[in-house]
Design a binder for this molecule. Structure first.
Ligand code: HEC
Length: 293
């Protein structure tokens, strides 16, 4: 009796589903279609760089832009620095991704550095064919074997997440990466005019003339200083008299730190001028030396 009721209900249900399903499907299809279109047009709206659509599949590029710029966080890890000056949303500023360094890589995660994803001379994103790109996204294999000491896999890069993406979405990301301009990572490079400064011999308590070290930014990013100070065994025998560096030195500019020597004792006196900043080579250490007599 019960079984009969269930099977009767199932038959009715199946029947009604059969009748209803074409209508349900087509409206769901329409919805999916327009959702895809929405993502494609949103993708074009939010692309932070001009796109070269020549010979590309326009729909894939738009979808790829949506996935890269609104869904997958590629930009966060592959653009250095990520935001244009004055446009860091974490500081309450209006958001603008840095078009100059867009996806040029160069973000440091401990020993791992994100790679350049932009098209290279051969027009291939990151220099990869689609098959190589898809292989990396699926398996995390580092085709450049950059750090065999950690094994064959890309580290930090969330490929265990991306490996579940559909081929269509991966193709869209790849097509978008083909359409963006080539870019290089922003790098700061602070270089001192010398790594040592030696004063002539001076009697104890007598002040020398000024010594000077120039600090030049030779990369393409500003360098922000956290401290410039003299440390070391004979730190008291040297003193900074002027420092034009302030808080920051702009790209390709130079600032200078002057100091004097006033020995507190006889013999070799030595200390370090230590420059701490957000430069990858920080801290810089310049040896200051002099003889007291
Ligand atoms: C959490 C940070 C992070 C995110 C998010 C991220 N990546 Fe990466 N990616 C890295 C790092 C770091 C490396 C280099 C890893 C290493 O050296 O082991 C890398 C490497 C790669 C490589 C290898 C390049 C080559 O030349 O071999 C590709 C391709 C890549 N990422 C694509 C992407 C794409 C596409 C996205 C977004 C869908 C993305 N990444 C999101 C951090 C990230």
């Amino acid at each position: 009796m019960r079984l009969g009721w269930i099977s009767a209900a199932a038959t009715i249900l199946a029947g009604s589903m059969l009748i209803a399903s074409p209508a349900v499907n087509s409206s769901a299809e329409n919805q999916t279609q327009s959702e895809d279109d929405n993502r494609i047009s949103r993708g074009f709206e939010i692309a932070p760089v001009p796109l070269n659509l020549n010979g590309k599949d326009r729909k894939l590029v738009g979808l790829g832009s949506y996935l890269v710029n609104a869904a997958s966080g590629c930009t966060d890890c592959h653009t250095n620095p990520n935001y244009a000056p004055g446009h860091n949303p974490f500081m309450g500023q209006p958001k603008q991704i840095n078009p100059k360094y867009y996806l040029g890589g160069g973000v440091h995660f401990g020993p791992f550095i994100s790679r350049n994803l932009t098209p290279e001379d051969n027009d291939l994103p990151a220099g990869r064919t689609y098959d190589q790109f898809a292989q990396q996204m699926h398996t995390g294999i580092d085709l450049d074997h950059k750090h065999p000491q950690f094994g064959p896999l890309l580290q930090v890069m969330p490929w265990p997440l991306y490996q579940d993406m559909t081929d269509h979405d991966l193709k869209a990301i790849y097509e978008y990466l083909r359409a963006i301009p080539h870019a290089e990572a922003g790098v700061s490079k602070l270089q001192p005019s010398s790594t040592t400064w030696t004063f002539s011999a001076h009697p104890i308590g007598e002040m020398s003339g000024p010594g000077v070290i120039y600090l030049s930014e030779n990369g393409n990013l500003p360098v922000n200083f956290t401290s410039i100070a003299i440390t070391g065994l004979s730190a008291n025998d040297f003193k900074i008299t002027s420092n034009t560096c302030g808080a920051v030195v702009q790209p390709f500019k130079t600032c200078q730190v002057s100091f004097f020597f006033k020995p507190t004792n006889i013999g070799l006196r030595q200390a370090q001028l230590v420059v701490s900043s957000d430069d990858p080579n920080s801290p810089l250490s310049i040896t200051l030396a002099g003889v007291g007599n």
